[in-house]
Write a new protein. Structure first.
Lengths: 421, 405
């Protein structure tokens, strides 16, 4: 909705939508007011927090409605409970099944978040909302990392034994955040339904219909962006998953210190994502920023592999470059893909990213068990190098074709103005 | 991690110096008395008939030096290490003196003036600690100690049966003579000794790099019943030296854990300034025969302290070679922690060490890693350079056309 419409509506004493309302709603309860939107934003962030606190990713992107959100939230809760039960009765297959169910709900819930965000904030504070959602998700991951270990040790102390029962009980406790997610989904569904009723608004169309035949239309720069994305993220998440032991063994950190330094990537990306988003918006030149981010990650991994320097430095660099890459890389897809294929492109990017993460996580574990951490780090350096190669190639291809990926912000404004004339 | 005597960061003050980086890049470690290969012979010296006396003599002959390792289970298991500067030195054993109450002079390496270095190691006691309710890993002792098993009161098998000339190895296997609780009814403590004629690296973890100047000892406790649910085992090791100072213990931290995954440390015991004898091990033990990351136990070494002769089980071969005036220093090795894998998993524990003379062998980065790094760093740079050149040429061609207009 355009801001002008909203102001007009607020001037009318009769309230919006011409529904013949006799008295105006208080600001917090009025869906057209900023205060109410902030409440909704809070709920969306909590939804994301709760998901990320237990997240595993699975590609699945159907069309959504409010009921869809609630159903997937239930999937998340049920999946987590089954996962915890599997740990209590010491049945690994049950744990795997629980994670599978969780995954079906989890990723779709992320899409629901995006849909809600576009529906409520399109044309207004959307960039900020995406940044904040990412921040909250990362905060959730951090809290998970630092809290679950403590919860486990407390339960271990009270139950008197370490083992699958303790693990199961810990996971049940963690499942409380999934219940929080379900409550948020219910609240959002109610608020969205109410807003629809009051404002007579339609779901913001984001062109999310997936047509797999669109894939053959993807251009070379887009495929290069996919490669950059996959090769980059497989170096961050699996590394953080295996990082705690690395810091304890190589640098002699205690368990708490190792968890802390491991989670610093997420802690840094929480405040820095919006800032870098603003930076990239103001300066443009996305490819250069992506190049900086990937090169910084390469340097960070080389520091961790080949020196004994304090790992805080390398992990802070990793956190900064991770935030920068997210802000600079994902918008590039919108520059090279027409609007009607955007859904397919983002969905595909997400899918292969998750596929890459799944495969590389397994490979990383195998490498670690047979060849140790140094070899694992060298493997990650090779992946980052592949990503760097793709960025360089993307820059050259873009330059050769006079593409628009590396325009500065001013050039983009000029392009937009010349198109509207 | 370990409480060693001195702790030296073997890689400099957190920045690898160029010299160390160069040593990383070197491939084959030289045998450090200058010998790349040696002729190794194993010989079980026969004692009195009818009595299982184990005296194993390993003689490693190089072009101008010889190393003698005399392993024995007379009394506690011990090894006498002698390095000479001639390929013709021999070991002289006088059994009647050796078995008498005054064994001085029962063991000699001739000619005596060719001896460059000599020392000994004695494994005196098998320790056991009760680790239940010990969640504090930083505690001084790993738990309440049970009465230790004195290795002087073990009975050992006849090693002639376990001698393997192909792998140059022999195994001493023993159990307590008096075992009232039957703890060793189905178990034993084994010392597997292996010599090497050239440098190499075994496939068995922890894959210690050896040279021809070293021999390897693997201590394995198999099948013995622990006296508690969460028992941690340990070994008391005694060093023999001429000087009143104890040998120095060093922890070498490095970036390289290729051959022992997740173990970034190498512990060394040095008898004096190089070149002299050394003992080298990785602070890790394994609770499974295959030895993998998930069965790895941390190994803690206590600091070395001097110890008086009368508080030790006497080793006849040490007294035979060195006489009565000696300086003994002892340290304890403890295997395992309160959480994680432990002896209780499969009633198996193994730990390996290297014993040798000269400079301890150091690991270097494998060629595979160097190759991957070269490609990973070189390829993007080359691509950028190449692509930039192509674009520049293309741009020049285009500008030539424009000039006609």
């Amino acid at each position: 909705m355009e801001p002008e419409d909203e102001e007009e509506r607020e001037l009318l004493p009769g309230g919006p939508g011409g529904a013949g309302r006799s008295r105006p709603l208080p600001a917090l309860c009025d869906p057209s007011r900023l205060a109410h939107r902030l409440v909704v934003l809070l709920l969306m962030c909590l939804l994301g927090f709760a998901i990320s606190a237990m997240t595993i990713l699975l590609p699945f992107r159907p069309r959504l409605s409010e009921w869809g959100t609630i159903i997937f939230s239930c999937f998340v809760c049920v999946g987590q409970v089954v996962f915890a039960l599997g740990a209590i009765v010491n049945a690994f297959w049950l744990m795997e099944f629980g994670r599978f169910v969780f995954g079906i709900g989890g990723e779709s819930l992320a899409v629901a978040q995006n849909t809600y965000a576009v529906s409520w904030f399109k044309g207004k504070e959307l960039n900020l909302v995406f940044g904040l959602q990412l921040s909250m998700a990362r905060v959730g991951s951090t809290v998970n990392m630092n809290l679950m270990g403590w919860v486990y040790s407390e339960i271990e102390a009270s139950l008197g034994s370490a083992g699958h029962t303790t693990l199961g009980v810990t996971l049940m406790v963690g499942g409380i955040t999934c219940v929080l997610s379900l409550i948020c989904a219910l609240a959002l569904a109610y608020l969205d339904h109410r807003a629809e009723r009051i404002l007579h608004k339609e779901q913001g169309k984001t062109g999310e219909v997936i047509k797999l035949t669109d894939i053959k239309d993807f251009s070379l720069p887009l495929w290069l962006i996919f490669i950059i994305c996959v090769c980059y993220y497989v170096v961050v998440f699996p590394f953080i998953g295996l990082g705690k032991d690395f810091f304890m063994e190589k640098f002699g950190f205690s368990s708490q210190a190792a968890s802390a330094v491991n989670s610093v990537v997420y802690i840094i990306s929480a405040p820095m994502s919006p800032i870098f988003g603003l930076l990239v918006d103001k300066t443009g030149k996305n490819i250069v920023w992506v190049l900086c981010a990937v090169a910084t990650t390469l340097v960070s991994h080389m520091m961790l592999a080949f020196t004994m320097w304090n790992p805080w430095i390398a992990m802070c660099l990793l956190g900064l470059s991770y935030s920068l890459l997210a802000c600079a890389l994902w918008p590039m897809v919108a520059f090279v893909v027409p609007e009607h294929q955007l859904g397919t492109a983002y969905g595909f990017m997400q899918s292969i990213q998750n596929l890459g993460l799944a495969i590389i996580s397994i490979i990383a574990g195998m490498i670690l068990d047979t060849r140790g951490y140094l070899f694992l780090e060298v493997f990650f350096i090779a992946c980052v190098s592949l990503s760097l190669l793709s960025v360089v190639l993307l820059y050259l291809v873009n330059r050769a074709r006079d593409g628009n990926l590396n325009y500065s912000a001013r050039q983009r404004e000029e392009m937009k103005l010349s198109h509207t004339e | 991690m370990c409480g060693g005597g001195e702790s030296l960061w073997g890689w400099g003050p957190r920045v690898p110096s160029p010299l160390l980086l160069l040593s990383l890049l070197s491939t084959a470690p030289l045998g450090l008395l200058g010998e790349e290969t040696r002729q190794v012979s194993l010989e079980v010296i026969p004692g009195w008939p009818g009595l299982p006396q184990n005296l194993l003599h390993i003689r490693a002959v190089g072009t101008n030096s010889t190393l003698h390792y005399v392993w024995s289970s007379l009394g506690p298991p011990a090894v006498v290490l002698v390095a000479t500067n001639t390929p013709n030195s021999v070991l002289n054993v006088n059994w009647s003196r050796l078995l008498s109450p005054e064994p001085d002079g029962g063991l000699m390496v001739l000619p005596e003036d060719s001896i460059q270095f000599s020392s000994a190691l004695i494994f005196t006691r098998l320790l056991e600690f009760d680790n239940t309710n010990m969640f504090d890993v930083a505690a001084e002792t790993p738990g309440k100690p049970y009465p230790p098993y004195s290795l002087a009161e073990f009975s050992w098998n006849n090693i002639t049966g376990s001698l393997d000339p192909a792998t140059l190895s022999a195994t001493f296997q023993g159990r307590p003579v008096n075992d009232p609780t039957g703890a060793f009814a189905n178990g034993s403590l084994a010392f597997k000794v292996q010599a090497f004629s050239r440098s190499g690296r075994p496939a068995q973890p922890p894959r210690l790099l050896h040279t021809s100047d070293t021999c390897q000892l693997e201590v394995a406790l198999v099948g013995a019943s622990p006296r508690g649910n969460h028992s941690l085992f340990g070994l008391e090791v005694v060093t023999v030296g001429q000087s009143p100072d104890c040998p120095s213990m060093r922890e070498q931290h490095s970036i390289d854990d290729e051959y022992a995954p997740a173990v970034f440390q190498l512990d060394q015991l040095l008898w004096g300034s190089l070149p002299s004898g050394f003992v080298q091990w990785r602070p890790v033990a394994f609770s499974q025969k295959q030895g993998s990351r998930e069965s790895a136990l941390p190994c803690q070494a206590s600091p070395l302290h001097p110890i008086l002769a009368y508080s030790l089980p006497q080793s006849p071969i040490v007294q035979a070679f060195f006489g009565s005036q000696n300086n003994f220093c002892s340290f304890n090795l403890t295997f395992g922690a309160s959480t994680g894998p432990g002896y209780w998993d499969q009633h198996y524990l193994s730990w390996s060490m290297l014993l040798g003379v000269g400079s301890p062998p150091m690991d270097a980065l494998s060629p595979l890693i160097l190759g991957i790094m070269a490609v990973a760093l070189g390829a993007p740079g080359l691509m950028l350079l190449g692509g930039g050149l192509v674009l520049l040429l293309h741009h020049k061609q285009c500008s030539e056309y424009q000039s006609i207009n």
